[in-house]
Design a protein around this ligand. Structure first.
Ligand SMILES: [Zn+2]
Length: 189
């Protein structure tokens, strides 16, 4: 990887596509500095990003909890502080193909995630759901995942429409520490 320098490069050999990439990079640095290094790390992950998350509970994989068949992972691009994904560890995009044990474990883990969101963030409500398949809007349809999103009155309604961005108060590091502390305490108590 090339070392970054602060010296401006000559503009003459840049392609229009290169300019666009640079613009989006600057936007990330300016407005979402906490996410920037994870965007860079995720770019080098080969294969399914969720299968990568199943390898270990860590800040790098964004996995905060693993049960026998399931796991809880931070959303790399949260809609709100505390946004979780709950998913089977096994790769697959069809809920109907889960075994009874996998399904029961997934539902129990989903409930646990809802409990963690409630205990840590005390939201007024939360969105809970899954886009099953690409036509339903799933971003990664090949690996099932539920979203658990804490909500507060008026939190996401206005700003995303006007500024085409989202207000996320916490950094991913803070969110990770919140959940790791919660689940570690749960295991040891
Ligand atoms: Zn996968």
């Amino acid at each position: 990887m090339k070392k970054k320098t602060k010296t401006a490069k000559p503009k003459s050999k840049k392609s229009p596509a290169g300019d666009l990439q640079n613009i989006s990079l600057v936007k990330n640095v300016l407005f979402k500095p906490a996410r920037y290094k994870y965007i860079r790390k995720q770019e080098i992950v080969k294969g399914c990003v969720f299968c990568n998350s199943s390898k270990a509970v860590s800040m790098e994989t964004l996995c905060v909890y693993k049960s026998e068949y399931s796991m809880i992972v931070l959303n790399k691009f949260p809609y709100n502080s505390g946004h979780l994904l709950v998913l089977p560890q096994a790769h697959g995009g069809d809920l109907l193909k889960l075994s009874s044990d996998q399904y029961a474990d997934l539902m129990a883990t989903l409930k646990l995630a809802c409990q963690a969101v409630t205990d840590i963030y005390a939201p007024a409500a939360f969105n809970l759901g899954m886009n099953h398949g690409s036509s339903a809007g799933a971003g990664i349809p090949e690996h099932l995942h539920f979203h658990v999103i804490p909500r507060w009155a008026g939190d996401l309604n206005f700003f995303p429409l006007i500024a085409q961005t989202k207000v996320v108060i916490e950094t991913l590091e803070q969110t990770y520490q919140n959940y790791i502390g919660y689940f570690n305490n749960r295991v040891s108590s």
